[in-house]
Design a protein around this ligand. Structure first.
Ligand SMILES: [Zn+2]
Length: 272
């Protein structure tokens, strides 16, 4: 039997894009396609050549919590993008990823924030502990560390990047890892976590746990239960944020489809 579809995959700066194509008249059961396991549907177009084909774009999710998950558009994302632009302008931050999150229920905004750029390391670290941590995390030889020490300032200084992003010039840091290297990337500063922390007036998970166990916060918990998290500035929401959102009963995560499409278009040229 002829295969009824074709699959191609691209790695776009850590984002795994899976493209499914098939003739428009074909019925496809996407849940039976192995390459689409743990992938989230992004977008569909029709190629209007003589051989009419549907093209579907799917994105691999490194983590998939017990939430409904969807790429979509929403006016809430415009509000979040403004918060992000304010942060970028204030600190001259030019890193790829700066996220914003908003929790919403019954059309009421419960809490919203952008990642805090003041927590990013944007200059070459001088602390020996930081360098030792880097070396042991990636099992780097002394010569490699020396090379990074020499060249990191050239990449980092004045670039508007944070140290974790600048390090990607020298070592492979998979998406969702290496957050220890830069407090701005740390899970406590992810916008999903930060928006929840702000709502309870805390700044770490231990205090968050205490706050949600406190009967005085029952009303706040009731607000968050079954809420939706709107996320922009990334293509997936990580396991650490998923754990915190699960603790307060978040029902759905909606990720900004337009941001993801733009990210793909901006970075695709390097891979063609
Ligand atoms: Zn996260």
């Amino acid at each position: 039997m002829q295969p009824t579809y074709t699959i191609s995959q691209k790695n776009i700066k850590g984002l795994k894009l899976v493209i499914l194509s098939y003739k428009v008249e074909t019925l496809i059961q996407t849940n039976k396609i192995p390459e689409l396991q743990q992938c989230l549907f992004l977008h569909k177009t029709v190629q209007t050549m003589e051989n009419r084909q549907n093209l579907e774009f799917w994105i691999y999710q490194p983590f998939w919590g017990k939430f409904e998950l969807e790429y979509s558009v929403s006016p809430y994302f415009e509000v979040l993008q403004k918060l992000i632009t304010e942060q970028r302008t204030k600190f001259g931050y030019k890193g790829c990823f700066l996220t914003g999150s908003m929790f919403v229920k019954d059309n009421q905004v419960i809490t919203a924030t952008a990642q805090d750029v003041s927590k990013h390391i944007m200059q070459t670290p001088t602390d020996q502990k930081w360098w030792s941590m880097l070396q042991s995390m990636y099992n780097l030889e002394d010569s490699k560390i020396q090379k990074i020490k020499q060249n990191l300032p050239k990449v980092l200084e004045g670039s508007g990047l944070d140290v974790r992003e600048a390090l990607k010039q020298f070592i492979t840091i998979p998406s969702g890892t290496g957050y220890e290297l830069n407090p701005g990337s740390h899970e406590d500063n992810h916008s999903e976590a930060k928006a929840l922390y702000d709502f309870f007036g805390v700044n770490n998970e231990q205090d968050f746990d205490k706050a949600i166990a406190n009967p005085a916060n029952l009303e706040k918990l009731e607000q968050l239960k079954d809420s939706t998290c709107y996320l922009t500035g990334h293509w997936w929401s990580c396991k650490d944020c998923g754990r915190k959102m699960a603790k307060v009963g978040v029902k759905k995560v909606i990720i900004n489809k337009n941001w993801v499409l733009e990210y793909i278009l901006e970075n695709l040229k390097w891979f063609d």
